[in-house]
Design a protein around this ligand. Structure first.
Ligand code: NAD
Length: 501
């Protein structure tokens, strides 16, 4: 079973050296210890072995970080021209690529994600995001407005709007795609001229720390990108309640999102919340099943089911249900579980023990409520946090496994008899993040695009994101957007000006 442990001989010298460091917070361009003495251990989820410690930032550390961000906002960063901001962001993209091996290895060891995914998604997509967003830095515009106030003489005013950076942004991210999520928070904020205090998730802080170092190297001034590591209840709570934070850009669970919205309501902080999901995959009888079956399997098993948009509910027309579900189960059985650093692995461990226990708890609850396990359903007999890819059938809409986000490699599959029933089941969820429809009928495609209650809809594919497309959810999946032009505008504040001529 040792083949299930990461082999650290595969690591390059840079990742090895970074792992061997004593890690500090990144505040005002300096690497600094926490003012408290609490440390959090980082565990390699493939083996359960400790691979380092990071400090838990106290409220006083968070205060330092917010103050550093404020100083940079009004100082060095404000003095840089939009083009210079764009240039520095683009340089940061180059540095991510130049350090791709180190970053992707750190991410894989820290999160359990597969090395190919960390290289392509975490590093390349992050570089792509920075380049796309850097283009917006020079394109933030206001408008001139002819005013008609009846109580003022006509024609004697020049009026316009201008957009200004919203201020200091708290970027709080989860552990499932850590570097990429961090960059999604950072890039639109930097494009808009904001400064950032980033809080990575407890289990996966390493690449955020490296990102801050590379930002300095790229010429982004001290204090523009700060990183505070630590728990949600101490570090995260101190950040979201800090009076010096103007906007909270959060990705994580719906429960934490509700807490944050509550804090923000009392202080009128702006926020965007990218939250949980329980995304449906709907397969019609006319779909290209050679495409739809692997599509449905990887919609859930990609990133070990730890994707917010994971296609975790599969609805298949009764005419093709058995064929599709058996096909998905065959793929599930064939998936090679292994450590993230092994290029032959097709699915890695879950991020940590508590996530493994949570996922197994859901499988047990499905069984208790009457669902049947078609395949999988068990952990591996190993210290790593592995769970077999699992398909549950005989499920009903009211079961917890159908309604609640599991965030693991567990698919619930059931059948429908017509379009109306498919849409009814698909929309019967507190979440509304993603949804996909698989069919060859163009009219049906448009009926589903219109009918799905979700922020992101896909046709004959699932979970394709791009920096140019806004990404966000409806219902309990969130408020606002990451990515796209909208995410940049959401980091600005509009000011209206009237000049008497
Ligand atoms: P989580 O809410 O537990 O934690 C997310 C982040 O919030 C972490 O950095 C955590 O430390 C911090 N946090 C926790 N409590 C806090 C508090 N009281 N105040 C401030 N910060 C706090 O979520 P998680 O378990 O890390 O991530 C999994 C969740 O993230 C899933 O629900 C998943 O769907 C969601 N997610 C959503 C998207 C999206 O774009 N919609 C993307 C990825 C993940």
């Amino acid at each position: 079973m040792n083949a299930l442990n990461n082999d650290f001989n595969l690591l390059g010298a840079e990742a090895r050296a970074f792992l061997g460091q004593k890690h500090g917070l990144r505040i005002g361009g300096r690497v600094t210890p926490s003012r408290g003495d609490k440390q959090t251990a980082m565990i390699d989820p493939s083996s359960g072995l400790v691979v380092g410690h990071v400090p838990e930032a106290s409220a006083a550390d968070v205060d330092d970080a917010v103050n550093a961000a404020r100083t940079a906002l009004d100082g060095a960063w404000a003095k840089m021209r939009p083009y210079e901001r764009a240039h520095a962001m683009s340089k940061l993209a180059d540095l991510l690529e130049a350090n791709s091996r180190e970053l992707s290895e750190l991410e894989s060891v820290n999160s359990g994600r597969l090395i190919a995914a960390t290289r392509i998604f975490d590093v390349e997509f992050s570089a792509h995001t920075l380049r796309y967003m850097s283009g917006w830095a020079t394109k933030i515009e206001g408008r001139t407005v002819d005013i008609s106030a009846p109580y003022m003489p006509p024609g004697e005013f020049f009026s316009f709007t201008q957009r200004e950076p919203i201020g200091v942004v708290a970027g709080i991210v989860p552990w499932n795609v850590p570097l990429c999520q961090a960059v999604w928070k950072l890039a639109p904020a930097l494009a808009a001229g904001c400064t950032v205090v980033l809080k990575p998730a407890e289990p996966t802080p390493l690449t955020a720390l490296r990102l801050a170092d590379l930002a300095l190297e790229a010429g982004i001034p001290e204090g523009v990108v700060n990183v505070v590591t630590g728990s949600g209840s101490v570090t995260g709570a101190a950040l979201v309640t800090h009076r010096g934070v103007d906007k909270i850009s959060f990705t994580g669970s719906t429960a934490t999102g509700k807490l944050i919205a509550g804090h923000a309501a009392t202080s009128f902080k702006k926020y965007n919340l990218e939250l949980g999901g329980k995304s449906p995959v709907v397969i019609m009888p006319d779909a290209d099943l050679d495409k739809a079956i692997p599509g449905a399997a990887w919609a859930i098993f990609g990133n070990h089911g730890q994707n917010c948009c994971a296609g975790s509910r599969l609805y298949v027309h009764e005419a093709v249900f058995d064929k599709v579900v058996e096909g998905v189960a065959e793929i599930a059985k064939s998936i090679r579980l292994g450590p993230g650093l092994d290029p032959a692995s097709q699915m890695g461990p879950l991020v940590n023990k508590s996530q493994q226990e949570r996922v197994l708890g859901y499988i047990a609850s499905g069984r208790a409520e009457g669902a049947s396990v078609l395949t999988g359903g068990e952990p591996l007999d190993h210290a790593g946090c592995y769970v077999q890819p699992t398909v549950l059938v005989n499920t009903a809409q009211n079961m917890r496994v159908v309604q609640e986000e599991i965030f693991g490699p567990v698919l619930v599959a059931s059948k429908f008899s017509d379009e109306a029933e498919a849409l009814k089941y698909a929309n019967d969820s507190e979440y509304g993040l993603g949804a996909s429809i698989w069919t060859r009928d163009i009219s049906r495609v448009h009926r589903f695009i219109r009918g799905f209650k979700a922020g992101n809809v896909w046709v004959n594919v699932h979970n394709v994101l791009d920096t140019a497309l806004p990404f966000g959810g409806t219902k309990n999946s969130g408020v606002g957007h990451d990515l796209g032009e909208q995410s940049v505008l959401d980091h600005t504040r509009i000011k209206a000006a009237v000049v008497s001529l």
